[in-house]
Unconditional design. Structure first.
Ligand code: VG1
Ligand code: CO
Length: 542
């Protein structure tokens, strides 16, 4: 095996502050592009003699990218790579393998919920030894390397085939190809009462899991059908496809509309769920009832003790800033810590490591716990099933009881996609400039109580993140948040997050769009969102 050192030039690409690189697949596949990014990672982490996990969500280019990464890992002196069979690993399963094998980290290939395929998106991120996304100090170093890189190292030897389980060698590097599902499924069995869930299902409880042609298919089929006894065919779209069947693997009522329709039909099953491209997100639907991710986080936190893995209770709850305050009310009632972090799972890592949070969640359909250091779609599904099995209530009954106790926080997110980046930046900076003067301002019948540009200081390690979104608090408890997406690959996406809390004695049965209409109008009046983007309304409402 000979190591080749190939001359290269800096690449454009990573947004500072994001935990990985997401780009159009065609850009990633340009000669040298992936190689440059991989070398930028290796130059930031001193990989010689270390062990890493490598796997991805199976989208187009996954296989070729893994072959390149293996050749570069060998050339950079890596001792061992653990790779999922066929290149497949869901993001939570990769996080688990990193932790289980006490490796030094991992490379996860995914653009998550972004569409895949030759004309879709591709992505790559580095996770650290705790199993979680690299913190900003490391991603900033990687970013800096992409701007100064002059060469990358690669072997002339081809990577071994990874379609069969086994151990191979590339020079001094060992390549262990492992089953992607086995260890993850075993972990789930330690957390949840599988016999109780199996009994529920054997008693006639019906479920449908839509894997959206993405990575969770094999995991869901093994766990839900093979181990828990759900009828064959309960998992739909369960074979990962390179372009996700031409779909958009984002589990929300818009992109998972087929599942939504199914769950609102006359013969709907008792429980429906979906997951995203890389398996870290979840959507939960009961018969005739959609559970918002913010509410799901609150319900899971309130009932986690019903599952064996959380029998002793939870230490704290953490949610991303735009996620609704529903979980805060649960934390308060339980007397546990409650944290509000910037968007992105990496901010939960320090809290989980320090034992200051057990359950974490984001409004974008991500929930998880201290069992790994990523959000985990199937974990949320299984915790819901465990709760349903113990409570012997329907999803609708559980939601009603929750709202009767804590009140209901109506919630919705409006996305304005592919906005001109300059216009989007101006909307945010103009709003930011006038925050101090907004208190007392009337808009659409609401009065601004206060406004802030969200800055975060990590309570564990003191690291900071600034300007993470603009919060508009209104008198009476409603809130609007505006922030720019960090995961899009075309133009800018402005996200407007809306919430309105109603106490238990108030109207708990409103249509969310009605409950939130004044908040949306007020946020629009204060930011000029529609006028300045030239849009009549949002592109996606979830
Ligand atoms: C989105 C979500 C955020 C999530 C991120 C990664 O980011 O809003 O909550 O952490 O995607 O999720 P943004 O910057 O576009 O709003 V995934 O499933 O890509 O790993
Ligand atoms: Co994802």
């Amino acid at each position: 095996m000979t190591i080749q050192t190939i001359k290269t030039a800096p690449i454009e690409g990573q947004k500072p502050g994001t935990s990985g690189l997401r780009k159009k697949t065609r850009v990633f596949a340009e000669p040298g592009y992936l190689e440059n990014y991989v070398q930028a990672i290796f130059d930031a982490i001193e990989p010689a003699g270390k062990t890493y996990v490598v796997g991805g969500d199976g989208r187009y280019f996954n296989d070729r990218a893994i072959a390149t990464i293996l050749r570069m890992a060998a050339a950079n002196g890596v001792a061992k790579v653990i790779v999922g069979q066929g290149g497949i690993l869901s993001t939570p399963a990769a996080s688990h393998l990193i932790r289980l094998n006490e490796t030094d980290g991992g490379l996860i290939l995914s653009a998550s919920h972004n569409p895949g395929g030759e004309d879709g998106d591709f992505g790559l991120k580095y996770n650290i030894a705790n199993g979680g996304p690299a913190p900003e100090a490391i991603t900033d170093a990687i970013f800096a390397n992409t701007r100064t890189i002059t060469r990358y190292k690669i072997t002339d030897e081809d990577a071994p085939g990874i379609d069969a389980i086994g151990t191979f060698s590339m020079g001094n590097m060992e390549v262990a190809v492992v089953d992607p599902v086995t260890d993850y499924a075993a972990l789930m069995e330690t957390l949840f009462d599988f016999p109780a869930i199996a009994k529920l299902i054997a008693g006639g409880f019906r479920l449908r899991f839509d894997a959206m042609h993405a990575v969770t298919g094999p995991y869901a089929t093994e766990i839900l059908e093979n181990r828990l006894g759900a009828a064959k065919g309960s998992v739909v779209n369960g074979v990962p496809s390179p372009d996700f069947g031409g779909g958009h693997p984002d589990p929300n009522p818009v992109w998972a509309k087929v599942l939504m329709d199914h769950m609102f039909a006359d013969d709907a099953p008792d429980f429906g769920a979906a997951s995203d491209g890389d398996g870290d997100r979840n959507m939960i639907v009961g018969r005739g009832v959609y559970v918002t991710p913010s509410d799901s986080l609150a319900v899971l936190a309130a009932n986690a003790h019903l599952a064996p893995g959380y029998r002793d209770g939870i230490k704290g709850i953490a949610r991303s800033m735009p996620t609704s305050g529903a979980a805060d009310r649960v934390a308060q009632a339980m007397g546990v810590e409650c944290h509000q972090t910037p968007t992105g799972w990496k901010f939960f890592g320090t809290l989980l490591d320090a034992g200051r949070a057990t359950i974490c969640g984001e409004e974008s359909a991500g929930t998880g716990s201290n069992h790994v250091r990523e959000k985990d779609g199937l974990w949320a599904v299984l915790l819901w099933l465990n709760i349903l099995a113990v409570k012997k209530q329907s999803v609708a009954e559980i939601m009603d009881a929750h709202w009767q106790m804590y009140g209901r926080t109506y919630y919705s997110r409006h996305d304005y996609e592919e906005v001109d980046a300059e216009v989007a930046g101006e909307i945010m900076s103009d709003l930011s400039d006038k925050l101090d003067d907004l208190g007392g301002t009337k808009a659409a019948g609401l009065v601004v109580a206060d406004a802030e540009d969200f800055d975060y200081v990590d309570p564990v390690d003191g690291s900071t993140a600034t300007s993470q979104g603009i919060i508009l608090n209104f008198e009476g408890g409603a809130r609007a948040v505006l922030r720019l997406s960090g995961t899009g690959t075309a133009g800018a996406t402005i996200r407007l997050y809306l919430e309105n809390h109603v106490e238990p004695e108030g109207d708990l049965g409103m249509d969310p769009s009605v409950a939130l209409a004044p908040v949306a109008e007020a946020a629009d009046a204060l930011s000029g969102l529609k006028e300045r983007t030239g849009r009549a309304g949002p592109d996606v409402v979830t």
